[in-house]
Write a protein that binds this ligand. Structure first.
Ligand code: SAM
Ligand code: SF4
Length: 335
């Protein structure tokens, strides 16, 4: 079913009446880090590069999505900045009619030299993953990451005019949960939005982190003992619920896929680098587009195929009942 959403564009409703307006676009499954909760140590199971959709193929698929009402795209990975020529893809995406919001999730290691060109190409908003402000701890969590490079990347993003810049911190018991106030202060000082995220049991690495799971209600309580907070609002249409720190502009978001899931309002699907549509992060439902794209499918048939794929989107994730089901790593779908 197609209906009109509030910006006057059409948006496709899935089998459960949810309007699908957002695609998380993974441009590579490779990464220059190995965060222990995301990718197994020594992981070698990457997709051959010849299986990656080309920029032209991505443009075709995103045009089909846009015709069905998608207007927001987030580039992710793996690490999106390791894909060569990324600004060219951003330029292509920004010319697709109806796409009005292009953002990116990155570990920021390569951001310092690329921030300006990415902004010029059409990326407006950035999310940066940052789980610790302690250099040694950061190196351990990411298996080798250099915190200074991330901070340099963030500064460059600010200079390039990105706004808002959101910091994503995965909160893990016994690993970094003692830093939630420090990271809040860091973001307050620099004008970043902060979002705390609950760990998800996705893939072998995600399951390793189950013992470190923290219900974010505890983080909210901890912050409430440091700051006066009131309910806040942030643009973006994502799943975070926000609190504003009184007397500041700063909003702190809480993303709680496990403790309070948001499946009934889920507005997104994922397109992986190999051309598979993933209908739900916490389920196996996929639809492969690559061979169709390479067999000369017409634009009209492609749009109809994508429409049918969207109808496969399940009602909710199954993290709690079937935590062993998801074998793919988080880096394959981009979070
Ligand atoms: N490399 C980029 C980055 O780190 O921002 C983009 C891809 S990364 C897979 C996207 C997000 O997924 C990151 O914020 C990361 O913290 C999150 N993530 C990875 N594994 C996770 C897990 N097991 N549970 C919850 N979030 C996870
Ligand atoms: Fe790479 Fe992002 Fe996964 Fe870390 S979370 S290993 S930076 S894809």
């Amino acid at each position: 079913m197609i209906s009109t959403h509030n910006s006057g564009k059409t948006a496709f409703s899935d089998s459960y009446g949810r309007k699908i307006e957002y695609v998380r676009l993974s441009v590579t499954d490779k990464c220059n880090l190995r965060c222990f909760y995301c990718m197994p140590e020594g992981f070698r199971g990457f997709e051959p590069t010849s299986n990656y959709l080309s920029f032209e193929e991505i443009e075709r698929v995103m045009t089909a999505f846009a015709a069905l009402g998608v207007h927001r795209v987030r580039l992710t990975g793996g690490e999106p900045l390791v894909r060569k020529g990324l600004p060219d893809l951003v330029q292509k995406l920004s010319k697709i009619p109806r796409i009005d919001d292009i953002s990116m999730s990155t570990n920021a290691l390569l951001l310092a030299s690329k921030a300006t060109v990415l902004k010029q190409a059409g990326i407006s908003r950035l999310n940066v993953s940052l789980d610790s402000l302690k250099p040694d701890r950061f190196r351990q969590i990411t298996r080798g990451g250099d915190l200074d490079r991330v901070i340099d990347g963030l500064e460059a993003a600010k200079m390039a005019g990105f706004s808002p810049i959101k910091i994503n911190m995965l909160v893990m018991k016994g690993i970094n949960d003692d830093e939630v106030v420090d990271v809040t202060e860091f973001c307050l000082e620099r004008g970043f939005t902060l979002r705390f995220i609950e760990t998800m049991p996705i893939g072998p690495s995600g399951r390793q982190v189950v013992d470190h799971y923290v219900d974010l209600e505890k983080v909210k309580d901890k912050l409430a003992s440091h700051y006066k907070m009131i309910p806040g609002v942030m643009p973006g249409g994502g799943p975070a619920s926000y609190m504003q720190i009184v007397g500041t502009d700063m909003c702190v978001g809480f993303i709680t896929p496990l403790s309070r899931h948001f499946c009934s309002s889920c507005n997104r699907v994922r397109l992986a680098a190999d051309g598979k549509i993933h209908l739900c992060l916490g389920n196996q439902h996929t639809f492969a587009l690559r061979s169709l794209l390479r067999s000369g499918i017409s634009d009209t048939a492609l749009e109809e195929t994508v429409r049918k794929a969207l109808l496969l989107k399940p009602r909710k994730h199954d993290f709690v009942n079937q935590p062993d089901e998801i074998e793919r790593t988080m880096s394959a779908t981009g979070g």
